[in-house]
Design a protein around this ligand. Structure first.
Ligand SMILES: *[C@@H]1O[C@H](CO)[C@@H](O)[C@H](O)[C@H]1NC(C)=O
Ligand SMILES: *[C@@H]1O[C@H](CO)[C@@H](O)[C@H](O)[C@H]1NC(C)=O
Length: 191
């Protein structure tokens, strides 16, 4: 993937009224600023972490609850047994409800974030997928977020989310077995 205009995150968003994308007097621009990108990713973190359900709902509805919202991802397609390319979330309201009804996470670490005028890419570790017994096991992934700044509310129009689906599966109770032969079979014991 080519990000032809890449800005690195470098701002603290001190002047931003957290929790209200619509009321925030944003600079009139058709290009995402560092501050806007940081705001979207931080509110998204609050939403996905679900440390406080009411706060998570407010953040999710603020950003994602548009009818037009779509989510894609082969990792989830595979976990669900759906054909690759199947929509993961058909609309924003469904997405928000699905996230809020999943168990809370222990932690989300943002490893890196880049953006251009319309897209944000974040590399992250989710801890606690599947429940608190996995609080120290990271599931590492990326999300690519498309933002439409002409929208007054719910500026996120789609997301592509990919992650270590084998670890996610294991955390959520799938049985994972190594093959008995071939390059991924466990090495035979030393003689
Ligand atoms: C921003 O990045 C996305 C994803 O690579 C790309 O589709 C889009 O064309 C880029 N926008 C600009 C203005 O370069
Ligand atoms: C799956 O999880 C169990 C329990 O945490 C762990 O012992 C095992 O190594 C994991 N297997 C794989 C393939 O990650």
């Amino acid at each position: 993937m080519k990000f032809s205009t890449v800005f690195v995150f470098a701002t603290t968003a001190a002047a931003v009224p957290w929790g209200n994308w619509k009321q925030w007097k944003k600079p009139s621009t058709d290009c995402l600023t560092d501050e806007m990108a940081a705001y979207i990713q931080e509110r998204s973190r609050v939403f996905q972490l679900k440390a406080d359900l009411a706060e998570a709902r407010a953040a999710g509805e603020e950003l994602f609850a548009a009818d037009e919202y779509k989510q894609y991802g082969h990792s989830i397609n595979s976990l669900r047994g759906d054909a690759l390319g199947t929509l993961v979330e058909p609309d924003g309201r469904t997405y928000v409800e699905n996230v809020l009804s999943a168990p809370p996470l222990a932690r989300i670490d943002s490893l890196a974030t880049l953006h251009n005028c319309t897209h944000i890419m974040e590399h992250w570790d989710f801890y606690g997928v599947g429940g608190p017994q996995n609080a120290n096991i990271p599931v590492r992934g990326f999300s690519l977020t498309k933002v439409d700044l002409t929208r007054e509310i719910q500026p996120v129009v789609w997301r592509q989310v990919e992650f270590n689906s084998m670890q996610w599966a294991n955390n959520t109770g799938f049985t994972i077995e190594f093959p008995t032969s071939g390059p991924y079979a466990p090495a035979p014991p030393e003689k």
